[in-house]
Design a protein around this ligand. Structure first.
Ligand code: G3P
Ligand code: CA
Length: 240
């Protein structure tokens, strides 16, 4: 199974608070080759890593992420909602993720532009990736394919992944326009036909979220190139 890319969804969120440095580091230590993370813009235009548009579910704060500066976001606790053991854990910036993770770990950066419009997020993410000379270890994905198009125009070589949770008629046309690197279907719309068709166009397939080791084996047999999972450690142990 070693050729299957194991991507920690928001890090290792079964064992540590999602989208935080402890979660990403744990995923990396336990053998994930890549971590997936979600990005938004703070009020002062910094790229910050958190899943929801609102702070309420995962942090000690309330209200929209975009209503606070990075300094204000840094005063919040992003660990206790998961477990008091992680009290004091902070919301990371994308910059910090790059400086904290070993270079061998890939990053799947999801642009969360499908609910809130964050003008300039695409260019800022590209600038951070380039500053860290990280194009070869990054895939940028989004449910908002216009955002991917913005990025493609800025940097045609950047590896892009189309996220979707239902099969859309324009999938193949859009993937071609964006010169997509990969397709990221929800598990429910992942089929042998989709995998075969994707490969015939040269796209990798990374379904999400796959937490059952038996399902990983089935998907591997069907030809997927990797899986996005909440529990990279358990999946890797089961594969051994
Ligand atoms: O990248 C796959 C997955 O992360 C997309 O859904 O809601 O977990 O960001 P969500
Ligand atoms: Ca995500």
């Amino acid at each position: 199974m070693s050729d299957l890319l194991i991507i920690g969804h928001r890090g290792a969120p079964a064992a540590a608070p999602e989208n935080t440095l402890p979660s990403f580091l744990l995923a990396a230590q336990t053998g994930a080759q890549m971590v997936e993370l979600d990005v938004h813009l703070s009020k002062d235009g910094k790229v910050v890593v958190i899943h929801d548009e609102m702070l309420n579910r995962t942090t000690s704060g309330t209200g929209p992420v975009m209503a606070r500066t990075l300094a204000s976001l840094k005063r919040l606790d992003a660990g206790t909602a998961f477990s008091p053991q992680f009290a004091g854990t902070k919301i990371p910036s994308l910059e910090e993720v790059f400086t904290s993770l070993p270079r061998r770990i890939g990053l799947n950066i999801e642009l969360k532009t499908n609910i809130v419009n964050y003008p300039g997020l695409e260019a800022k993410v590209l600038s951070i990736v380039n500053r860290h000379r990280a194009q070869q270890r990054v895939i940028v994905s989004s449910f908002n394919w216009s955002s991917l198009n913005t990025l493609h125009r800025l940097e045609p070589q950047l590896r892009l992944g189309l996220l979707f949770n239902r099969l859309q008629p324009d999938l193949w046309a859009q993937a071609s326009l964006l010169n997509a690197f990969s397709l990221h279907p929800a598990l429910a719309c992942t089929s042998s036909q989709l995998i075969w068709q994707s490969h015939s166009w040269g796209y990798r397939v990374f379904p999400w979220v796959v937490n059952n080791p038996a399902q990983v084996v089935e998907l591997k047999t069907a030809g997927v190139d990797g899986v996005i999972t909440d529990c990279p450690q358990a999946i890797l142990q089961a594969m051994e």
